[in-house]
Design a protein around this ligand. Structure first.
Ligand code: GDP
Ligand code: ZN
Length: 463
């Protein structure tokens, strides 16, 4: 590829104040170009003769003038980040010296690097896989230490390995299948249907685990939007204040006080929740006021958008029609029923049985007295999958990866269905090929140029 023949340079450290600033140079002419602008301090030293993994002290030259002191660190292809000849030049921090150095390098023949171009070259030279390249980006972008740990686990190639295992199993199966279909006369051992479907099912399960780990990983990295719903006076605002640790929302015994949506970010265990306290949901009769009706409409919309729903019920009262309407709308969603006001509830009052079919979790609480907070924390972690997530395990870390993994999983599901519905092996083989193609896209082994562009567009220059 054309651009592989250029030699690029960029500031690798963050711009601004700092002890040192490092400029990275990579490409076939790195030694030639740096040789023109670097004057070693010690007699007899030269850039051209520098061995990999060594350092040299000197000054850089700009328009023939000796500038700042500069430490050069040498890497020889292929033993470098990009796989090319690389020289890292460190000068004093602040932007002035680094800017001068970049100017010198560009004058001497370097091209300024594009976004992510160093990492892109690393990918093209087989120094890392596409998933690793994406992980580099995630490490830079990750907020929160757990998120950074997750992204980093992909960086050391464990994600590529985890996917590689699935690929290998399916490729073996595919090879066997092809041989058997193409050379029926030959002595290819017959592929039993049980073995075939067995392998597909096993690898589909592995993909399912990867896919479900993605959403949990994303929850840890970015937090989740969580809506508080329930009819007026069940204790939503009290719960919000409890989670926030201070009085964020107005709590009153008068029904219908929370009219607009109150937003508050809170930390619940390892998960950050962006909480939305809503107007109580209930039917507004002919006399109901318009503002309340609008509030309720917005509440239902929040229910559709939220990544987590906390539906609050009054455990001391029988379920009303509004309660049941809420429960029905929660079905199939990531929703937890909070049975609040346990302190007022008698043994027989708890409407648990009625709610069970609609909710994944039911948590009794007394929000006013902070009772049940740990149970709620556990329920949330369990429901969002963060409890089950091994922070050491490699996870998918971009929407692109998720889409490819999902395509592979769906193709395997189709292959299994094809066999179970009595279609021939060739029909299943087509689905299997689709699944493999999706996995190749995922790891970048066969990725199209468009896919690679998409990944590198979001990189910052200097990486
Ligand atoms: P919202 O309309 O759903 O937001 O309900 P609020 O949070 O405003 O609470 C309504 C009333 O219920 C207030 O008087 C609260 O003090 C009271 N309340 C909230 N949680 C509890 C609880 O766990 N037990 C009891 N006994 N009262 C509660
Ligand atoms: Zn309220």
């Amino acid at each position: 590829m054309e651009h592989l023949h250029t030699t690029i340079c960029a500031l690798a450290t963050p711009p601004g104040e700092g002890g040192i600033a490092t400029v990275r140079v990579s490409g076939p002419d790195a030694y030639g170009i740096v040789g023109k602008i670097f004057a070693p301090v010690r007699q007899g030293k030269s850039v051209a003769d520098a061995k990999g993994y060594t350092a040299m002290l000197g000054h850089y030259l700009l328009h023939g003038a000796e500038m700042d002191e500069c430490v050069a660190l040498f890497f020889r292809a292929p033993h470098s980040y990009t796989g090319e000849d690389v020289i890292e030049l460190s000068v004093h921090g602040g932007t002035a010296m680094a800017d001068g150095l970049l100017e010198a390098l560009i004058t001497a023949g370097c091209a300024p690097a594009g976004p992510g171009e160093f990492t892109r070259r690393a990918l093209e030279n087989g120094r890392m896989s596409l998933t690793q390249a994406e992980a580099v980006m995630e490490v830079i972008a990750a907020n929160g230490r757990q998120g950074a740990a997750l992204a980093k686990s992909a960086l050391d190639g464990r994600l590529a390995k985890r996917i590689g295992k699935i690929q290998t199993a399916l490729q073996t199966l595919n090879a066997h299948l092809t041989a058997w279909v193409d050379y029926p006369e030959e002595d290819v051992p017959e592929l039993s249907d049980a073995a075939f479907v067995g392998t597909l099912t096993e690898q589909k399960a592995a993909l399912d685990a990867l896919i479900s780990g993605y959403s949990a990983g994303a929850v840890l990295r970015h937090g989740v939007d969580c809506v508080l719903l329930g009819r007026p006076n069940v204790g939503k605002s009290t719960l919000l204040n409890l989670l926030a640790g201070f009085d964020r929302a107005i709590v009153t015994p008068v029904a219908g006080t929370t009219r607009d949506i109150v937003e508050q970010a809170v930390q619940l265990g390892s998960v950050r929740l962006n909480l939305f306290d809503t107007a109580g949901v209930r039917e507004v009769g002919a006399d109901g006021d318009a503002i309340e009706a609008e509030g309720i409409r917005r509440s239902w919309r929040k229910l559709d958008e939220a990544g987590l729903v906390l539906a609050v019920f009054d455990a001391a009262q029988p379920l009303s029609d509004d309660d049941l309407e809420l429960a029905r709308r929660c079905q199939g969603r990531p929703a937890i029923a909070v049975l609040n006001k346990q302190d007022l509830a008698g043994e027989t009052d708890v409407p648990r049985g009625t709610l069970e079919p609609y909710f994944k979790k039911i948590v009794p609480m007394c929000a006013r007295d902070a009772v049940g907070l740990q149970a709620l924390t556990d329920a949330v972690a369990d429901l969002l999958g963060t409890a089950q997530l091994d922070p050491e395990a490699a996870q998918l870390c971009s929407a692109r990866q998720l889409a490819a993994a999902t395509r592979a999983r769906d193709a395997l599901a189709e292959a299994i269905a094809a066999r179970q519905n009595g279609f021939g092996l060739d029909a299943a083989a087509v689905c299997l090929t689709d699944a493999l193609q999706a996995l190749f896209d995922l790891t970048g082994e066969n990725a199209s140029d468009a896919t690679i562009e998409e990944v590198f567009e979001t990189f910052c220059v200097g990486k």
